[in-house]
Design a protein around this ligand. Structure first.
Ligand SMILES: [Zn+2]
Length: 250
């Protein structure tokens, strides 16, 4: 398989499905054992993770060394800075319900938020490739540009049900939602390819929602395409009333 970002070099590195730094931030480097060890839940099946480099939390190889390393390192760094900021300032962010990228990246916030966006675009691309989908050209071409236009919009929301969890549990609540493909063809025609996608990934209560060619749900936050100093957080709940009652009493 050829690397999907440069389309030139043989893919040989596996991108983490769940970012290594997110796992180690919550659980340490491993090996993991005992009651506080992370478990991997996929399609309803639960299994143990031995360490932050476990193959269970990596995609099949779809990137070359350069594209998963030096070429995209600034994006990974911007993401780590963002998530560290979220953990360190949880109380004030949850009270204000907005994030000022100046507080995260300082004077360099314009570049910082653009690199962060590119991290999410890379994450989304890896998910598409893993599902056997083709990464749309507008996403492929944005990684090394300062200005671009794309159909990929992102917003951020607070999952209110995660806030019910005790701190030590929710800090390790890290994962990705289902990738959903949509077609704008009429129902009577056979769907041969998707033109729209939705997806999400989360670290504790902060959910990033991805809207490719689909209009974002405004309840899930202000729309961001690497073009804002401020993001306003949306809000949602993932449990129904009965589940929530059981959850509180567990
Ligand atoms: Zn490459």
């Amino acid at each position: 398989m050829i690397c999907w970002i440069c389309n030139a070099t043989e893919a040989e590195t596996k991108e983490h499905i769940i970012k290594k730094s997110d796992i180690t931030r919550a659980f340490g480097k491993g090996s993991y054992s005992g009651g506080n060890a992370p478990v991997h839940v996929k399609n309803g099946k639960i299994s143990d993770i031995q360490g932050a480099n476990s193959n269970k939390i990596k995609y099949e190889a779809s990137l070359c060394k350069a594209c998963n390393g030096a070429n995209t390192q600034p994006f990974d760094k911007a993401y780590d800075k963002f998530i560290s900021y979220i953990y360190a300032n949880e109380t004030s962010i949850l009270k204000k319900r907005f994030i000022d990228f100046f507080d995260v990246y300082g004077e360099e916030f314009e570049k910082g938020q653009r690199d962060l966006y590119k991290y999410y675009a890379k994450s989304f691309g890896c998910r598409l490739v893993d599902a056997g989908e083709v990464v749309p050209s507008d996403i492929l071409s944005l990684f090394f540009k300062e200005s671009f236009s794309t159909g990929l919009r992102i917003n951020f929301a607070v999952n209110e049900d995660v806030l019910i969890m005790p701190n030590e549990d929710r800090n390790g609540f890290i994962g990705k939602g289902d990738l959903i493909g949509w077609s704008n063809k009429s129902e009577t025609k056979k769907i041969t390819e998707y033109t729209e996608y939705t997806w999400s990934e989360h670290v504790t209560w902060l959910f990033a929602f991805f809207w490719y060619n689909k209009f974002p749900d405004g309840c899930l936050g202000s729309t961001w395409v690497a073009d804002r100093q401020f993001i306003y957080l949306g809000s949602f709940e993932s449990l129904d009333n009965e589940q929530r009652t059981n959850f509180r009493h567990d």
